[in-house]
Design a protein around this ligand. Structure first.
Ligand code: PRT
Ligand code: ZN
Length: 291
């Protein structure tokens, strides 16, 4: 990439090591962007795309993107909102889904949100929690702590916690129950507000690739054998991107039909497809998909 000027290289901040790292690295790999990760380096240039990767703590990423030290970055939406930094969400990435919830000791009765009136809360998300309580008209005391939030009630630090929940097993093993979901999150791609024209072009190129990868993940390639007299029925069930490919089989009176369909549509239509006489149905993953 030595012939590319530094001003045209998109600086991408990714979490160095944590829950977002693996999926972020995989996404760039699926987009065909090569770079070395896990070498202990703080930054590295891609060998085949005008991008430089910065490996950071997730909490630092919104600030770096706001300041323009990085041009774009990947963070959990929870971190983006809590940071309150002036950056834009350019794309939702669909991985690292989780929720931010209020939980209380399991043995305490909970009838509704008014039971939280006047309580104290331990959380690493004081802004999101504060906004929620205000919106709900709940007066409470917020203790900001940076880790192990779930032990706060058992050590007498707070009546309730507000923390990230995924499977719910951390709450369960700490004797807590989830009573209010206050925020839902997934990984998002954030970008600096005033990217140069050159960098915007690189970002557009990247987003085009990300969308192709995401579409492919939701779709499957389907191949099946159909008796010729049933072709029209079957084609109407799997219309594909434009229309299916139909090729004759060596056995007379039969054709092979190839098409693309959404995974959900597949499960909804499979019985009808079989009832219409299709046989030898194969469903295979798609790597990239461009309309
Ligand atoms: O070191 P660095 O600061 O970069 O990372 P970090 O430790 O602050 O963050 P990390 O890697 O734990 O999480 C990064 C992002 O992943 C978060 O900001 C969320 O957007 C998302 N995410 C998805 C999660 C979880 N799932 C999750 N389960 N973040 C944290 N958790 C923790 C939660 O805090 C709790 O302790 O997992 C526990 C709950 O999990 P369950 O499955 O027991 O409910
Ligand atoms: Zn963090």
């Amino acid at each position: 990439m030595s012939d590319i000027k530094e001003s045209q290289v998109l600086r991408i901040a990714v979490q160095k090591s944590g829950r977002l790292s693996e999926d972020s690295f995989r996404l760039f790999k699926e987009c065909g962007i090569k770079f070395e990760s896990g070498t202990g380096k703080l930054k590295t240039l891609s060998s085949n795309f005008p991008a430089e990767f910065l490996f950071l703590r997730d909490d630092d990423i919104p600030g770096y993107v706001e300041d323009g030290v990085a041009d774009i970055g990947i963070v959990g939406e929870n971190v983006y909102t809590e940071s309150n930094r002036k950056v834009e969400i350019s794309h939702r990435l669909g991985f690292s889904k989780c929720r931010l919830s209020i939980a209380i000791p399991r043995n305490i009765e909970y009838k509704g949100i008014q039971d939280l009136q006047g309580k104290s809360f331990a959380t690493s998300y004081p802004r999101i929690l504060g906004n929620f309580l205000k919106e709900m008209g709940i007066k409470g005391e917020i203790h900001e702590i940076s880790g192990s939030v779930e032990i706060a009630p058992s050590i007498g630090l707070a009546d309730a916690v507000c923390d990230i929940v995924s499977s719910g097993s951390t709450l369960l093993s700490n004797g807590l129950k989830e009573v209010e979901v206050i925020y839902r999150s997934e990984a998002v791609l954030i970008s600096h507000k005033k990217l140069s024209k050159a960098k915007n072009k690189v970002l557009e190129k990247l987003l085009f690739r990300i969308e192709a990868v995401q579409k492919a993940q939701n779709h499957k390639y389907i191949l099946l054998n159909a008796p010729n007299e049933k072709l029209n029925d079957i084609i109407s069930l799997i219309p594909g991107m434009k229309s299916p490919t139909v090729v004759p089989l060596a056995q007379e009176g039969w054709s092979s039909v190839h098409s693309v369909l959404e995974e959900n549509d597949f499960w909804e239509n499979i019985e009808a497809i079989r009832a219409a006489g299709a046989q030898g149905i194969l469903v295979v993953p798609i790597e990239k998909m461009i309309y």
